[in-house]
Write a protein of this length. Structure first.
Length: 192
């Protein structure tokens, strides 16, 4: 393949990603786009500029489930003790779901941090529609790279940014089972 063909293919993929994310109008849409990325149908996310890391395969179904149930995941680690990882997930959700995740975290011995996005400082460039993520150094989840629909920005501005971490290494499934269980219980209550 020539460099020109490579460049055209890269441009086409960028345009497809831009279209997929640009048409997102809600947190639910963002969760659906994340799942398309996890399945290889979208090649990049606004915060991860390539395919999922190989370690993600181990928790792909967990992430899909959380995305489907209202937590738009933006970062995660499966919790491989042999690599010095703690299982953890970060993402955006509505206030009610954040409360359920907080309660499940407390009951399950997990660490939980949650911040209303509207109360966080804006990015230094102050661009309209962009929002700040909790900062740890230069951390920024970068939702603006492809542009989103106005409704998705509005939902993000009204969301809670959460970080849930298992403080114990070696409990690879504990975090995922706890969070998925909390959101499944909620779904079962809604059906009653």
């Amino acid at each position: 393949m020539s460099w020109l063909s490579d460049a055209r293919e890269a441009w086409q993929q960028h345009q497809e990603n831009k279209e997929a994310w640009g048409s997102a109008e809600s947190l639910r849409d963002l969760g659906e786009r994340n799942n398309r990325w996890l399945d290889g149908q979208v090649t990049k996310t606004p915060g991860h500029h390539g395919p999922p890391d190989p370690e993600t395969e181990r928790i792909r179904e967990d992430l899909r489930d959380l995305n489907d149930r209202g937590l738009v995941t933006t970062n995660s680690e499966p919790g491989w003790a042999e690599y010095g990882q703690h299982a953890q997930v970060l993402g955006n959700t509505d206030e009610a779901t954040a409360g359920k995740l907080r309660d499940a975290s407390e009951q399950g011995g997990l660490q939980f941090w949650g911040h209303k996005v509207s109360e966080l400082p804006r990015r230094a460039n102050g661009t309209e529609g962009e929002w700040g993520a909790p900062t740890r150094g230069s951390h920024d989840t970068g939702w603006s790279i492809f542009g989103l629909g106005d409704g998705a920005y509005r939902d993000l501005d009204e969301s809670t940014y959460v970080h849930v971490r298992d403080p114990e290494m070696g409990r690879e499934r504990h975090l995922w089972d706890t969070l998925r269980g909390a959101l499944r219980e909620d779904e079962q209550e809604d059906e009653r």
